[in-house]
Design a protein around this ligand. Structure first.
Ligand code: ATP
Length: 235
């Protein structure tokens, strides 16, 4: 479904990604983990068309999207939940959600999509008319994910959805991501919460200093002593 081949990216003269390749098959839940500053956000932003790659190739459903202008990415079937949520805090929750469905095809399914989002996140039902900025961090993350789902994506990109949330809220968030994937949406999840992300995902990539340093089945990666030492603090 998604093929990322030897992507290179930089900020000015400073390289951020070197020859990064990864794949997401239809229906898969894949995670990308790694330390702060490893290049995870850059990678997900390149895939979403928000940051232009300097080299390499991106393909989605067999179509080369490497040179696609960023405003056309939303019609590809890829949706991103960016780090920090980026909600319109003074607008109502409902308006934020509906912004996700402004393209004609998504707009025609708006009511059904909203119903699906509320079934996934029932806590939002009572909050629809409140300004998004008045919600708790966890609820704001639900709105950000809900807004992405309103575009009916085939592939959902999630950048650190657990960031800044209380542990109990993180558990709920991961359960919701599991449900989204079980409903047929492919997911690429970027996380610093390695233990939980590896439990959720079938396959994983480890990024360090802009390079993929390990990849494979999440269960197998978690058995590798060097990964346990680096990411779980286990000897
Ligand atoms: P974090 O979890 O902290 O977001 P990350 O793995 O997502 O880390 P990136 O944010 O992709 O890492 O950063 C990769 C590298 O690019 C880092 O060295 C970072 O300092 C640099 N970088 C990121 N954004 C910018 C920017 N807007 N301008 C310049 N350098 C940047």
């Amino acid at each position: 479904m998604l093929e990322v081949e030897r992507i290179q990216a930089s900020y000015g003269a400073a390289p951020a990604l070197w020859d990064v390749s990864l794949r997401v098959a239809r229906g898969e839940l894949v995670c990308v983990v790694g330390p702060n500053g490893a290049g995870k956000s850059t990678l997900i932003n390149v895939i979403a068309g928000l940051h232009r790659a300097r080299g390499g190739r991106l393909a989605f459903e067999g179509q080369d999207i490497t040179q696609l202008p960023s405003h056309r990415f939303c019609s590809t079937g890829i949706a991103i939940v960016p780090e920090g949520r980026r909600l319109f805090t003074t607008m109502s929750v409902q308006d934020n959600l509906e912004l996700g469905s402004y393209l004609p095809q998504a707009r025609s399914q708006r009511a059904a999509s909203l119903e699906r989002v509320l079934a996934l996140f029932p806590a939002l039902e009572q909050k629809l008319q409140q300004p998004a900025g008045a919600l708790s961090g966890g609820q704001q993350q639900m709105v950000a994910i809900g807004r992405a789902l309103m575009s009916r994506p085939q592939l959902l990109l999630l950048d650190e959805p657990s960031l800044g949330l209380a542990p109990a809220v993180v558990l709920d968030m991961f359960q919701a991501i599991r449900e989204i994937n079980a409903g047929g949406t492919s997911v690429l999840l970027v996380e610093q919460n390695v233990a939980m992300a590896m439990e959720l995902a079938r396959r994983a990539y480890v990024v360090e200093e802009g390079r993929i340093v390990a990849e494979g089945l999440a269960k197998e990666l978690m058995d590798r002593p060097e990964i346990r030492r680096a990411y779980l603090g286990v000897e």
